[in-house]
Ligand binder design. Structure first.
Ligand code: N7H
Length: 481
């Protein structure tokens, strides 16, 4: 069984959130930091802690208890540069050795593998300057309101002596994320319901709804069955490096008015049955075909031409699709639709002969993003132009960055020939949401699957880093002194 008191909460359960702070820091005094960390560790919310919090939230609602329930949770993760600074040997983390994305760092990986646009001199990604520095670690603070979070941040600052000559850390940048208000809660800034299809985990999840099968815990957690590092050597992970997970953080800006403008200017004239559509309906269908789900969350593989909010809201049905029966067809869902690109299901697992089935469990990631920035203003809607920064603080966990995030971005989203369909004349094209390169895709028009549509980048990466979220035992035994 998993030791839920040893695993940081965000990995398996997601820290409960309305608001989150990502506080990126550098370690300025190693000896002090390792001492201070001892006082910090009791603040870390584990999976067990999150489960207790969720129960408290449920009780509060059910029993209509008076007053506000103020809850917060803190997690901590380190970059490879952080371990170097601390003088901690992290070879037991990076199964890929010096080439492992964790060791290389996202700043370099962004240029060599992820396809992020480069800055003027071509050597670094065109990112917010804060992310071009070496970042040693990140505190994730999550909770019910910004006041709770600021209080928690102050508590952490006191532990690490921030503002005194004895400080052991320096803040590089703090980024705030907020769940969107009212009915948009749970929806990302383009308007689509998000966070519906995270993997379920063997030995942890008790409710398994129809959909992709549960994955081994080791797909997400280091040192467990399914962790590819154990294929190199069963004892590859030292004790301190088990029960952890790699966090890929991405600071992704979304150009929402421009996205909406694109949908307005390219409405589909007819649906896949040949039924004529009003312009608004044609734009809505186009957006749904780019994502692979309607804004409600309903998968277009099940509801191809008309939204179905009841389907979207039913957890027993909203993941129960495999792109089966439409192998080699984009009629219901384009090959390059975001959810088909990032989890191709039967396209790889039950492919048409002569291709052999490929199990894609090892590619699953646990997504924990949160939105940042304000709602669209009237002026932005009117001008069709972004005037305020907004987007997604994308975060995902996995036991291998090479198999998970990096692979999905590079080999799937950015690769126009993926998924492979030998019998089709057209290439799928790039993922229209996150693909980097020339964003061209086929299959958007269900009645003319070969037609290509070119679009600008609506999602622009402006920063990121790869981190490792250690276990509580790892923090105590090896990182703190
Ligand atoms: Fe994506 N979006 O709103 O369009 N994503 N994503 N993503 N994404 C998903 O299934 C979105 C990004 C995955 O198992 C949904 O929970 C946006 C990155 C994966 O069926 C929506 C951004 C990566 C899945 C979005 C963004 C991924 C997924 C459907 C950036 C990895 C699950 C809701 C701003 C490299 C697929 C859901 C499955 C789903 C959107 C980023 C991966 C609506 C706006 C960077 C694996």
């Amino acid at each position: 069984p998993l030791d839920l008191k040893n695993i940081q909460g965000d990995i398996l359960s997601g820290l409960p959130k309305k608001t989150q702070l990502y506080v990126f820091f550098d370690i300025t005094d190693v000896a002090r930091f390792r001492k201070d960390l001892n006082k910090f560790i009791p603040l870390v919310k584990t999976v067990a802690g999150v489960l207790e919090d969720r129960k408290a939230i449920d009780d509060h609602k059910k029993k209509k208890l008076p007053g506000l329930l103020t809850l917060s949770g803190v997690n901590i993760s380190f970059s490879h540069q952080g371990f170097v600074k601390l003088g901690i040997d992290d070879t037991g983390l990076a199964a890929g050795g010096a080439q492992d994305p964790f060791v290389v760092g996202q700043k370099k990986d962004a240029i060599t593998n992820l396809g992020d646009p480069a800055n003027k001199d071509g050597t670094l990604p065109d990112w917010d300057p804060a992310f071009l520095k070496d970042i040693h670690g990140v505190f994730l603070i999550s909770g019910d309101s910004i006041l709770t979070l600021e209080k928690k941040k102050l508590e952490i600052a006191l532990i690490f002596g921030v503002g005194t000559p004895q400080t052991s850390i320096k803040e590089i940048i703090t980024i705030r994320g907020d769940v969107r208000p009212g009915d948009e809660s749970g929806h990302e800034h383009f308007g689509f319901l998000d966070g519906i299809s995270n993997p379920t985990i063997k030995g942890f999840d008790t409710v398994i709804n129809p959909g992709p099968k549960p994955v081994d815990a080791g797909v997400l957690l280091t040192g467990h069955t399914g962790d590819p590092a154990l294929d190199i050597r069963p004892d590859f992970r030292p004790d301190w490096a088990t029960d952890g997970s790699f966090l890929s953080f991405r600071y992704l800006f979304q150009e929402v008015p421009e996205f909406n403008d694109f949908l307005t200017k390219n409405p589909l004239a007819k649906d896949g049955n040949g039924k004529a559509l009003k312009p608004e309906e044609g734009s809505e269908l186009l957006g749904a075909r780019m994502v692979g789900r309607w804004k409600s969350g309903a998968p277009i593989d099940v509801a191809p031409f008309k939204d179905d909010p009841a389907l979207a809201a039913d957890p027993k049905r909203n993941n129960d699709f495999e792109f089966a029966g439409e192998i080699n067809s984009q009629l219901r869902c384009p090959f390059a639709a975001h959810v088909r690109k990032t989890n191709p299901r039967d396209d790889l697992e039950v492919p048409p002969p002569p291709r052999a089935p490929i199990d894609i469990d090892s590619r699953r990631i646990m997504r924990r993003g949160v939105q940042f920035g304000p709602e669209l203003t009237a002026k932005e809607k009117q001008e069709g132009k972004t005037l305020h920064d907004r987007g997604l603080l994308f975060a995902c966990y996995q036991s291998s960055l090479t198999n998970g995030f990096q692979f999905i971005q590079q080999s799937w989203a950015n690769t126009k020939t993926f998924p492979p369909f030998e019998t089709q004349p057209e290439d799928p094209g790039l993922d229209p949401i996150i693909g980097q390169g020339v964003r061209e895709m086929s299959g958007l028009d269900p009645l003319n699957e070969q037609k290509l549509l070119t679009m600008p980048a609506f999602v622009v990466p402006r920063g990121g880093e790869y981190f490792f979220s250690p276990s509580i035992k790892g923090l105590k035994s090896t990182i703190a002194t």
